[in-house]
Design a protein around this ligand. Structure first.
Ligand code: DGJ
Length: 316
């Protein structure tokens, strides 16, 4: 009897997952709703671990961190920064600063009716926090709301795409300083519209995916491409969600594109299914992004899928 009890106590609370089920209920390894919306994922080589950051709607509110070895099963690592008096704390994005072995988080810092419209930046020595607020401001004087992040592995430079000006009239792209802790003056209007920017690079072409601007209600996304630089110029290409009967990006809004290490051209679309407003139970729509031979971006609906869809590459 005693052994049976010990055995039961040592079993995980939820069954191991081996696939993604876009839009379905997603529980962490303790059996609670994963509460990390509008965020991003990093992979830290030295720790052989993925970290997922996002908006945490349960108390305390702020940004949560989850860790995983396989992208399917996530362990809650806690709220790594509390929003405290900040009225609106949205879309946290973390970069690992390898040179200084620390973690930098950028987020949308805002107040009443989204009128402050700033970037916030915080830093931590550990992927699981705590992150300390460093600063918050309008980048080069521009209003900034939804943000996306692109990290260039060749140069180790990072860029933030931000919904800018009044109200989210356009997307601007700004290059971060070498230590990722501040913005540079390399900051351009890339004339894209207008929220939830996600960026990937394939064969030297940059792909920018954005949603329109309709609060928490999903809408048809648009993608843009640029051949020279992540700073543009960008050309509008169209709606990449194929067979999207609801014309609402499979009922989701983009938040990040994660290039999965260890596979060839494995781009993971991370979208939020807000279901009316941001809350703990808002779901996640994760799907593979295809870049066709003609250089077109496509997303197809899959009710369930796993990483065997991608071709393994040598090394991470
Ligand atoms: C759309 C944005 O993408 C979300 O992050 C959030 O700011 C809502 N608008 C608020 O209405």
């Amino acid at each position: 009897m005693r052994y049976l009890l010990l055995l039961l106590l040592s079993l995980p609370l939820t069954a191991q997952r081996t696939s993604f089920t876009p839009g379905g209920q997603w529980l962490d390894t303790d059996g609670n709703h994963i509460d990390a919306h509008g965020g991003n994922i990093i992979y830290v080589d030295s720790l052989e671990t993925y970290y997922w950051y996002g908006e945490h709607y349960a108390q305390p509110r702020g940004a949560a961190c989850y860790s995983s070895q396989d992208l399917y099963n996530w362990t809650f690592e806690g709220v790594v920064i509390e929003k405290g008096d900040i009225e609106v704390f949205e879309r946290p994005k973390v970069i690992y600063d390898q040179a200084n072995d620390r973690y930098v988080m950028w987020f949308h810092y805002d107040g009443d009716r989204y009128s402050i419209a700033e970037l916030g930046v915080a830093v931590s020595d550990s992927p699981t926090g705590p992150f300390e607020l460093v600063d918050h401001y309008r980048p080069n004087g521009h209003e900034s709301r939804d943000i996306g992040l692109y990290f260039e592995p060749d140069t180790r430079r990072a860029y933030i795409g931000y919904a800018a000006d009044h109200v989210n009239r356009t997307v601007r792209m700004v290059e971060l300083s070498e230590d990722y802790l501040s913005v540079t003056e390399n900051d351009v209007d890339i004339e894209a519209h207008c929220e939830g920017p996600g960026i990937l690079k394939r064969n030297g072409t940059f792909y920018l995916l954005t949603s329109q601007c309709s609060g928490w209600t999903p809408n048809p996304a648009t993608y843009y491409t640029a051949t020279d630089s992540v700073m543009g110029p960008y050309t509008e290409r169209g709606h990449p969600f194929v067979g999207d009967a609801g014309n609402n990006s499979f009922n989701s809004q983009p938040c990040f594109i994660f290039k999965i290490p260890g596979y060839r051209n494995a781009y993971l679309y991370m979208g939020d299914r807000w279901n009316g407003r941001g809350r703990t139970e808002s779901e996640y729509v994760w799907l593979p992004i295809t870049i066709t031979e003609d250089g077109e971006m496509e997303l197809h609906w899959l009710a369930e899928w796993d990483l065997s869809l991608f071709t393994p590459a040598r090394g991470r």
